[in-house]
Design a protein around this ligand. Sequence first.
Ligand code: NAI
Length: 467
Amino acid sequence: MEQTHFDLVVIGGGPGGYGAALYAASAGLSVAVVERDKVGGTCLHRGCIPAKEFLETAAVVRAVKSAGEFGVVVEPKALDWNVVLQRKQQVIDRLFGGVSQLLKGRKVHVFAGTGTLGANRNVTVVGADGDRATITGDAVILASGSVPRVIPGFEPGGPVVTSDEFFDITQVPYRSVVIGGGAIGCEFASTLADLGSQVTMLEALPKILPGCDEDVTRVVGQSFKKKGIEVRTGVSVEGHTPNASGGTTVRLAGGDAVDCELVVVSVGRRPLTDGLLEPGTGVQLTDRGHVDVDDRYRTHAEGVYAIGDVIDSPQLAHVAFAEAISVVRSVLGEDGAPVANDFVPWAIYCNPEVAFAGYSESVARERGFEVVTSKHRFAANSRAMIIGETEGLVKVIAERNADGTAGRILGVHMVGPWVTEQLSGGYLAVNWEATVDEVAAFLQPHPSLSELFGETVLSLTGRSLHG
Ligand code: NAI
């Protein structure tokens, strides 16, 4: 007979859910995961992974275009979109196989179906064929994730897609409109533009990438302009009128209109709690629809936790992993210190890439800090010149000591080549609450892109080498 009681039952098999399962199983707990689709969740199947895969195709296109500058003569070739889609799927399938194997290897029971939490940590699983099973856990984690928000009048279908449909487009559109200039909008706009589409980005707020430091946003804006992306901020969309050839015309408030073959709606994601809770569980939702948790991810129901996009925390896979570890440690009776949401690493993989941890300059000031900042540009960095990608900068924000010198590092903000791979030093500095003097004592390899972070911190000591 199949096991029905577990130390831990997890609803949702995305990074939060499978992360909790793997970590708990590695600590010796018996674990069940309920997943109605495929383990890996949004991140693996419709999010981070395919987005980066498409961005890599875009990077190869840029490399081919600039090959002549390096003395490599290549003939212009067309884009074979079928190969692009196949490669994306191969990467997803291999990673899916890997996660599935890991779960199997750790004897995690994966129940295929929709999980609904009832009273006393009973979880009903209803399979696609209508089969029902009830399982129970000493602890339950809700990790049901999120789905794309849609704007009325822009429901997916025809030329309108969200990130759920974007990765299956059958060709690169001649013209595209991206609604929303957040992380997803910028990654998709960058991809489309590098692949040859004429992109218009429509953002309701006065600037794209809200949350990023102003200096970083400015570089992205300038670079997008060079790529031919038209960024229109402070605009609102009213609707769209499809045409006979499969395209549409997006209407803006004020009378303007933009013709295109594809509309990507990337205006945020909402927590997915539809069908998650039977009445009487005690779990409460917030006004914005998130599962309400305390600072240890405990819901209002005894022994029931929630993590990932279904709670109000940064919607990032690595944050979900960290929340998963925190909860499992609490379940084990250890100190499951929560994630410091203000200081998590952010990585946005558009071209140029963006990466940061800690406060932006304006947020640091809003929080009442006196700050000293330093900025250094990749334009003067040897490795950046060698690879031919000199756009971008590193900015470090430090607390100003009483004597005017720079003290604790509050924020590290990067935009430019491969910065998503360079952030870890800055992330450590911010989270270690390290000072400028402490970090300046460490070496960076020469020549390297990461030298720019070293130079930026060094210059905050009041002395410098190249900076
Ligand atoms: P977002 O919340 O980051 O950005 C949405 C943008 O759309 C905002 O700038 C907002 O002002 C704008 N917007 C909202 N309604 C609008 C309207 N009607 N017209 C025009 N603009 C409108 O959401 P996004 O980009 O969809 O991403 C969802 C979540 O996933 C975010 O939390 C994001 O940080 C995360 N994510 C992170 C990635 C990364 O770190 N690399 C990649 C993809 C997503």
